[in-house]
Design a protein around this ligand. Structure first.
Ligand code: SF4
Length: 380
């Protein structure tokens, strides 16, 4: 078995009592089959409580006011306290905020952006993220249905996408545009069952001229009269995605409503205002968010064949976080790194903590009519 982690992985420390939130509220904590069996066999008072506080049909802990049934008034976990510590946890509680993507013979482990301490590490990382690899030859596995050829091409494409995203000789706008276009072209080959042609595609996107081409193309699009209109329309479209998602936290809707209102009422930003905002939400922050989303989700396309959708989901995530921070900035609230970190983990809690939300968002973004490649370019 091989393992991959981002280089900052080992620097993680839970903020514990200083955490501005808790892991145990605002999402449905799924219980793995092994833990379910263990809970079923638990005797005594704790056993009775488990019987009542687990939704056995959905395999998750019950919630009251959005809080896990075992989270007590002091924000401590009763299951931990009464069940003998960490061994009482299910897999989700044991591993969070570690997020594990499973592929045949490979586990890719990231730190979830939804954890404030992890978001702090991710957004405060100034150097390009490196990925570390390890191997445990004693643990091996085969999946019955795993498209290894597609997976190999996705891994190759993702390596190049990450390289493009981390090429700091270019503005991140161009890097993101090239990464999106690459995944668009890759998708055409996946749909046509033409994976044999992917290597040629990757060679083309590795050439020195590719960024010059995107620079010229974006400049040309920028000159068009309708560009600003398209940008506002796309931003509106991104925010409208939330209308179709399930809401995990009560304070999310008012927060979103205020952000949308501020952005809609704001005058078109001048060059100076854009520069000031960019000093705050810099290329490095955008890069780290993009790298986070791409590393975490892109290769999951091996299970649904939608590489372009994963890339759109990644870019939309970065843009939505950026635009929410912009709304706070426009509203004159004190806006600094901690504001960006808070916005990032709040977004991640709403979107990444719900499989329904992730799938729905990817599906909605597949509308080329509303979210075509140039619509994305307009808002980068
Ligand atoms: S959300 Fe992160 S920092 Fe907060 S308690 Fe959970 S693991 Fe610790």
């Amino acid at each position: 078995m091989q393992y991959t982690v981002p280089h900052y992985y080992k620097q993680f420390h839970c903020a514990a009592g200083a955490c501005p939130d808790t892991c145990c509220a605002g999402w449905q904590i799924q219980i793995d089959p092994v833990s379910l069996q263990k809970y079923k066999k638990t005797k005594g008072a704790l056993g009775n409580r488990l019987k009542n506080e687990i939704d056995w049909k959905e395999s998750c802990f019950r919630q009251y006011d959005g809080r896990c049934a075992f989270l007590n008034d002091e924000d401590l976990c009763d299951l931990y306290l009464e069940g003998g510590g960490e061994r009482a946890f299910c897999r989700t509680c044991r591993t969070y905020p570690r997020h594990i993507e499973e592929f045949e013979g490979l586990r890719e482990i990231s730190l979830s952006l939804s954890c404030p301490a992890a978001a702090d590490l991710i957004l405060n990382c100034s150097e390009p993220v490196r990925f570390l690899h390890a191997e445990n030859p004693d643990r091996d596995e085969t999946y019955e249905e795993f498209d290894f050829l597609l997976f190999t091409k996705l891994m190759d494409a993702r390596s190049l996408i990450l390289k493009i995203l981390q090429d700091r000789t270019w503005p991140v706008t161009l890097r993101a545009a090239a990464a999106l276009a690459l995944s668009h072209d890759l998708q055409e080959r996946i749909d046509k069952n033409a994976l044999y042609d992917v290597d040629t595609l990757l060679d083309r996107y590795s050439s020195d001229n590719v960024m010059n081409w995107f620079e010229a193309r974006l400049q040309e699009l920028n000159r068009s009269d309708s560009w600003e209109k398209r940008r506002s329309k796309t931003r509106l479209g991104f925010f409208s995605l939330f209308d179709q998602l399930e809401v995990l936290r009560d304070d999310w809707i008012p927060y979103l409503h205020n952000a949308r209102k501020t952005l809609e009422n704001a005058p078109a930003p001048g060059k100076e205002a854009e520069r000031c905002f960019h000093d705050l939400f810099s290329d490095v922050v955008e890069e780290q968010l993009l790298v986070y989303f791409v590393f975490t989700y892109f290769c999951g396309a091996v299970y649904n064949g939608n590489a372009y959708g994963k890339m759109k989901f990644s870019i939309a995530g970065m843009i939505l976080i950026r635009e929410m921070v912009r709304a706070e900035w426009l509203a004159g609230k004190s806006c600094d790194m901690s504001c960006m970190i808070r916005t990032a983990w709040r977004y991640a809690r709403e979107v990444e903590h719900s499989d329904y939300n992730k799938t729905t968002m990817e599906h909605l973004l597949s509308s080329e009519e509303i979210f075509g490649i140039e619509d994305f370019f307009s808002i980068l």
